[in-house]
Ligand binder design. Structure first.
Ligand code: C5P
Length: 222
């Protein structure tokens, strides 16, 4: 596949979403928010009272998930069965549930093609945990963002406040740490940098710094 992909992976709250959106805007490329897919799946499971460890039902749900991204407006809207769930999927509760369903191999396999379908001209910026290691192993550019749990919790807190979603710092930090642990230690597609990824520690970097470093690297690679 000759269509270029920039694979961006890293733990939650590290600034992947912000970076990927900025890169996609700058390059005028497509954007895949793979985390949103796992979040919508989790939300749908919660709504239908499907247990978060019910492999068979979750895999079936994943295969037929009526999910669409609507990028007509300024920020991308996420629709489940035509309903706007953009807000509902951003709570830490849904994030935690997403990381539970995401630990199931059958679920990940069921969602593979759906993610790969986003690879369209002129190119794709892909945001997730396994973009460089599993979904787009042949991506010409792979970036892995990292940062301390404390600073990621601070950023997530601010993000939620901006969206006027109520949150407590201690709980956010705890949830982020628990979710990371699960994402890093799971048997399938664990969160880790691809061997050929550029690793950027964003703990003491501004969004602009991270963007500039990434653009420099992308120019070098493409
Ligand atoms: O990135 P975001 O926080 O929206 O992702 C929610 C959860 O979905 C993550 O904690 C992770 O468990 C899962 N996920 C994943 N693989 C991806 C993207 C997200 O396992 N590519």
């Amino acid at each position: 596949n000759n269509i270029p992909v920039i694979a961006v992976d890293g733990p939650s709250g590290v600034g992947k979403g912000t970076l990927c959106q900025a890169l996609a805007n700058h390059l005028n490329w497509h954007l895949l928010d793979s985390g949103a897919i796992y979040r919508v799946l989790a939300l749908s499971a919660l709504q239908q009272n499907i247990a978060l460890d019910d492999t068979k039902q979750l895999a079936t749900l994943a295969l037929g998930l009526p999910l669409t991204f609507d990028s007509n407006s300024d920020d991308v809207k996420v629709l489940l069965d035509g309903m706007d769930v953009s807000r509902d999927i951003r709570t830490e509760e849904t994030g935690g549930a997403a990381s539970k369903v995401a630990s199931i191999n059958e679920v990940r396999v069921a969602l593979l093609q759906r993610q790969r379908d986003f690879r369209q001209l002129p190119g794709l910026v892909a945001d997730g945990r396994d973009m460089g290691t599993v979904v787009f192993t042949d991506a010409p550019v792979k970036i892995f963002l990292d940062a301390s749990a404390q600073s990621r919790a601070e950023r997530r807190m601010k993000q939620l406040q901006d969206k006027q979603i109520h949150a407590k710092f201690g709980e956010i930090l705890q949830e982020i740490t628990a979710r990371d642990e699960r994402d890093r230690n799971r048997a399938v597609a664990p969160l880790k940098p691809a061997v050929d990824a550029l690793i950027i520690d964003t703990t003491s970097l501004s969004i602009q710094d991270v963007f500039n470093q990434s653009i420099m690297y992308i120019k070098e690679k493409l």
